[in-house]
Design a protein around this ligand. Sequence first.
Ligand SMILES: Cc1cc2nc3c(=O)[nH]c(=O)nc-3n(C[C@H](O)[C@H](O)[C@H](O)COP(=O)(O)OP(=O)(O)OC[C@H]3O[C@@H](n4cnc5c(N)ncnc54)[C@H](O)[C@@H]3O)c2cc1C
Length: 376
Amino acid sequence: MPANHADTAVIGGGIVGLAHALAAAKRGDKVVLFERDDFSVGASIRNFGLIWPVGQNPAVYRRALRAREIWLEIAAKTDLWCPQTGSLHLVHQPDEEAVLEEFLATTPAARDQGCRMVSPGEAARLSAGVSTEGLLAAMWSPTELNVDPRRAIPTVALHLAAEHGVDVRFGTTVRGVSLPHLDTTAGVWRADRVFVCSGNDFETLYPDTFAAAELTRCKLQMLRTPPQPGTWQLGATLCAGLTLLHYAAFKHCTSLTALSERMHEQLPFYGDNGIHVLLSQTADGALTIGDSHHYGKTHDPFESEAVSEAIMDYLKTFAAAPDLSVAQRWTGYYPSAPGGQTEIVAVPEPGVTIVNGLGGAGMTLSFGLAEENLAS
Ligand SMILES: Cc1cc2nc3c(=O)[nH]c(=O)nc-3n(C[C@H](O)[C@H](O)[C@H](O)COP(=O)(O)OP(=O)(O)OC[C@H]3O[C@@H](n4cnc5c(N)ncnc54)[C@H](O)[C@@H]3O)c2cc1C
């Protein structure tokens, strides 16, 4: 085989690209992955690091569970920090409890995985961060994993190279594809098959296909505390009532209408800024807090302090930790597919597949989606 040749070339070193490189390598392909930056700095390192099956559209729940298995497989072979924390949806109002009761009654797949309502006392035992003041109940879900994205993405890239022989080329931009050739900043490559996993870049490769897919971009604000003192561990990842308005898993619940109306009346700023609040932990013990959602093709790079304050205020209605001071703030951006689609998979020319638009669930779904795409 000539030097610059691969069976499968993957463009993009975020989680979507890494997942497709892994699936292709497991199939036995010789794989090259091109990432234009010297290390990945896109959505995949800016997120919570939550593998969150419980919140997913029922159509992709199995995919999320399969992706979860793959994260655990990688963790078993590397030093990936990947605690099986599970999650708690904390309930402070009867209308929130109604949605979770309806979700459990209508979602046997989640019940089969062990999702159930728990008392405030049991919730506090499952997470040290639970504030029991005003807490009525919680839904416990055991399936959620927590990785630290800033470490996990480099770890997966190293694992691909070391364990699966993937040729991972950072600092290499793919300027154009015309199979069997790829024009890269490191010369021309040949490949039989290409996956374009370019995240927020819709303009460089196949812009017409991207335009037809009608992707938009979501801007999110995030915060992080310093490492918590001593050996303090959060345990289960936490969220509360606002999260029920955010995830597709709850969309079918008829009781959501009443909750939504109350939230919009009582917390209009939260609705206007797409705020719901999650609390997760990182490998060094810091807590990650977010987020807000603003949609558009182009965003300014600035943070709104009012949004950050609203996130922290809501967090303190359901969670407590030894140190909730803010050590870091950042913005993240992810491509979002229209009409509630869980992803965009498009074939602009034979042998080339664009995979994008996984929205706020790329960490949760990419490994499962990539296996499906490689099987087809
Ligand atoms: C703040 C925030 C919180 C989130 N929380 C979660 C969460 O907890 N759980 C979850 O499941 N999901 C979460 N998400 C969503 C998740 O992060 C995204 O779905 C996922 O990271 C998208 O991955 P990607 O590979 O498509 O994009 P990216 O990570 O942005 O990677 C795309 C890469 O392609 C490279 N690239 C583009 N064009 C080229 C080219 N021509 N040549 C070479 N390289 C190129 C870019 O440099 C970039 O590194 C969150 C997202 C954000 C922003």
